[in-house]
Design a binder for this molecule. Sequence first.
Ligand SMILES: NC(=O)c1ccc[n+]([C@@H]2O[C@H](COP(=O)([O-])OP(=O)(O)OC[C@H]3O[C@@H](n4cnc5c(N)ncnc54)[C@H](OP(=O)(O)O)[C@@H]3O)[C@@H](O)[C@H]2O)c1
Length: 303
Amino acid sequence: MSLLYRYFNLFSVGNETPKERFKRLVAGGYTMNIQGKTVLITGASRGIGRSIALEFAQKKDIQRLIIVARSSDRLDAVAAEIRALGIDAVPIALDLTQPVEVNIAVAQAWRDYGPIHLLVNCAGVAHQVPFLQARLPQMQEEISLNLMGMYTMTRLIARRMAVQRSGTIVNVSSLMGKIASPTMATYSATKFAVLGFTQALRGELACHNIRVVALLPSLTDTDMVRRFRLFRWVMPTSPEAVARALVRGLERDSSEILVGWQSYLAVLGNRVLPSMMELISKLAAPLPESAEEARLREVRGHG
Ligand SMILES: NC(=O)c1ccc[n+]([C@@H]2O[C@H](COP(=O)([O-])OP(=O)(O)OC[C@H]3O[C@@H](n4cnc5c(N)ncnc54)[C@H](OP(=O)(O)O)[C@@H]3O)[C@@H](O)[C@H]2O)c1
């Protein structure tokens, strides 16, 4: 018993009681209070990231939203929407695959607007392509943004959060981070990795009072999937629904936030009957397309 007590003491944060410490370490019990806080969201120029920014802005009690993506025009438009809701917005145009630029931008943002209390790593890219036809640059883009981009940003912010001994980091994975899907091999691999990274950091950063959470949207109606050949039996959800699920999940202290009943069913099915889920995801994946279909889709995508 005394060994167990000494173990809990190792992870003590601030003046918390053993009961509070137990709740934080074992039950994942944190309270989400965004009042007066600064939030940084990557990939906020459109899609899920934009909806998350607007959902937070509607909460009114947040102090500032720092929004990051490459397109400054789109970021300016989202910043205007946030300001119209009475919240301070700071757009930062940045390519997250460029670590030096990210390093400089984070240092400047922390100096000018910090400390950042909540980081949402939402920027991501997906290419749907049969593996045998996949091109190396597409795979590299998925790995450099979904993994290395998230890693760079998390490293820079987490170190600063550790100094202030508080913070929350949300990493956007996907349902495909739990159940991989044919035609999405590299994307699924990056999203599995995001979950592993998140789980490891959750344990490691708890003693710095930093909470690390994964958001796992299912198919969501955004630019990302407009050129996808859709999966059978999967109904796309809206980015607004994903944003609401995130806020609800943070309030409930969830460490992995799923979106919609289909996701809960799929994860449960995968746990109980993994081989059946594998068969279902194979059947649900788009049928192989002919070269002509692929060419037409490329043309439509660039049109
Ligand atoms: N849509 C889905 O079905 C779905 C399902 C599960 C998980 N997710 C995940 O949810 C996240 C958001 O996806 P989404 O559907 O909202 O995609 P989206 O509409 O395509 O938005 C992607 C965002 O990432 C930004 N971005 C792309 N490349 C970037 C780069 N190199 N540097 C900085 N920002 C970059 C984009 O802005 P710029 O182009 O202006 O840079 C945009 O804001 C991703 O992590 C995705 O994997 C999506």
